[in-house]
Write a protein that binds this ligand. Structure first.
Ligand code: MN
Length: 498
């Protein structure tokens, strides 16, 4: 599933005609060289297209309007090679609705001490032109990313690459569709939220369907198709019978295979990229979707349990933002379950009733069939594994009533000290930054949920940038967090976002 469009980014260089055609020819040539080098770097996840140098109000406005209209354009990167009078940008910026990156770079890295003259100074004026441009974008109150440094620098290229992934999360958010086939779990607060406001802020369409429609789609899958997919499961995963009858075991697994095909058909035919379920509302479904949902998440669909559409939306977006990332380690719906509070070994055991995405798996993935302690259906089949080691982020989107807040915690994933042979679910184990105690206190004070969208493949800055463009508050919990500063931040943000 994942993404349908072939996204590209536009590179728009600002200049003016004060220094003559010769200077403008150099500007155009330098821009091409930078774009070619960035495209050849192998670092950027998306191609950049070099647009003609922008020098007039009319051309700037036309270019931004075209960027809006071009479905494949995911954002514009601006660079002021020379001084570009910023009033020329007002009309275009007023029209523009996509992510904007101001690359504050300069063609040459070093001052050419022996040859520098006034022509060179006029031609290489980003120190001055970039500030003029920045002034008007700030005055107009437009959210954008600013990245300063030489374009050949590996860190600058990495930051452009990271921003591109954030931009995809912004552009894709505007047409994300989430199917609800069950309501929120009764009496639970944190998975609730204002779906109208989510559509206004994020662009998300969150629609409800009777679970009957989903069950009907599952029932429409032929037994032969379900059987073929079950064969594939038996080929790909280790089967852990653990004393169960092998034919009965396979029948339970085949139910999930049929669900995988049926739920996918339901989502694709109705145009949804994310789904929620609820263990207490399964109607015609034989089992709570476990293995089926795990595999659908791996294919790129968003998921939230107990009707949690906000986390489902974030999981989907984070999967899109990390698409095709080299050495990606995975993205999943997750839940804070159980603590290890032993000094020096503190951490949170992460899991869910079943629904953890196998993209985060380290090594062997097995199938188990076990009873659920909740709900009233037959024992569901599920994939069991442990998560990878490494740094990641856990994000929780909450609705505070008048507004949304995104809480982002940097976490360090580890192996548990010992295996947990009696636990029939996939798990991860992490120590949140700056420490379990401070992170848990900060998370609770900020109002974070027990469900999160987790990934190894994005960083805090990318999610903060996403929240900024969406116009919502981002609260970061990482090694810089202290409770005193966080409490003040929450107070001040209450005023800033009121
Ligand atoms: Mn849950």
């Amino acid at each position: 599933m994942l993404k349908q469009k072939e996204y590209v980014f536009w590179f728009c260089t600002g200049s003016q005609d004060l220094y003559g055609d010769k200077c403008l020819a150099v500007v155009a040539e330098d821009s091409k060289k930078i774009v070619d080098a960035l495209n050849r770097s192998g670092v950027l996840p998306y191609h950049i297209i070099c647009k003609p140098t922008l020098i007039t109000n009319a051309l700037i406005r036309k270019t931004f309007e075209e960027a809006n209209d071009d479905e494949n354009c995911a954002g514009v990167i601006t660079w002021m090679h020379t001084f570009s009078p910023a009033k020329s940008w007002i009309l275009g910026l007023n029209e523009y609705r996509k992510p904007l990156l101001h690359l504050h770079t300069q063609f040459r890295e070093e001052i050419p001490y022996d040859t520098i003259d006034m022509d060179y100074m006029n031609e290489n004026q980003t120190a001055h032109g970039g500030r003029e441009f920045g002034h008007i974008v700030t005055r107009m109150g437009i959210e954008r990313k600013v990245i300063a440094g030489h374009w050949s620098d590996a860190d600058v290229q990495k930051r452009i690459s990271d921003w591109m992934r954030t931009a995809i999360g912004i552009v894709e958010s505007s047409h994300l569709r989430i199917a609800r086939v069950a309501d929120n779990m009764r009496n639970v607060a944190v998975t609730e939220g204002d779906k109208v406001e989510a559509q206004i802020k994020f662009g998300w369409e969150v629609d409800a369907y009777p679970i009957h429609d989903l069950a009907e789609s599952v029932d429409s899958v032929s037994l032969a198709d379900a059987d073929a997919l079950t064969d594939q499961y038996y080929n790909d995963y280790k089967i852990l019978l653990e004393g169960r009858d092998k034919d009965e075991f396979r029948r339970h697994v085949a139910v999930q295979a049929r669900q995988e095909l049926g739920i996918e058909k339901f989502l694709d035919s109705n145009g949804y990229q994310a789904i929620v379920t609820h263990f207490g509302d399964l109607e015609g479904l034989q089992q709570l979707p476990g293995l089926s949902i795990q595999r659908l998440m791996q294919k790129g669909y968003g998921f939230g349990a107990e009707g949690d559409w906000k986390t489902a939306g974030m999981v989907r977006l984070m999967k899109l933002m990390t698409e095709n990332k080299k050495d990606a380690k995975g993205t999943s719906f997750m839940e804070d379950y159980t603590y290890n509070l032993v000094k020096g070994k503190q951490g949170i055991l992460e899991s869910h009733m079943m629904e953890v995405c196998p993209s985060i798996a380290d090594g062997q993935i097995s199938i188990k069939v076990c009873p659920l302690s909740m709900g009233d259906r037959e024992d569901p089949a599920r994939l069991v594994f442990t998560g990878k080691v490494g740094r990641g982020i856990a994000a929780s989107l909450i609705d505070l009533g008048p507004r949304f807040r995104l809480i982002i915690n940097a976490v360090n994933c580890k192996k548990t000290e010992k295996p947990m042979p009696k636990l029939p679910v996939a798990t991860a184990f992490w120590t949140p930054e700056p420490s379990l105690a401070t992170a848990a206190e900060a998370w609770i004070l900020a109002g974070g949920a027990h469900h999160t969208a987790f990934t190894y493949d994005l960083d805090v800055e990318q999610m903060v940038d996403w929240a900024d463009i969406m116009g919502i508050e981002a609260v970061v919990i990482d090694n810089d967090t202290t409770i005193r500063a966080l409490k003040n931040e929450l107070r001040w943000n209450g005023a800033a976002y009121a």
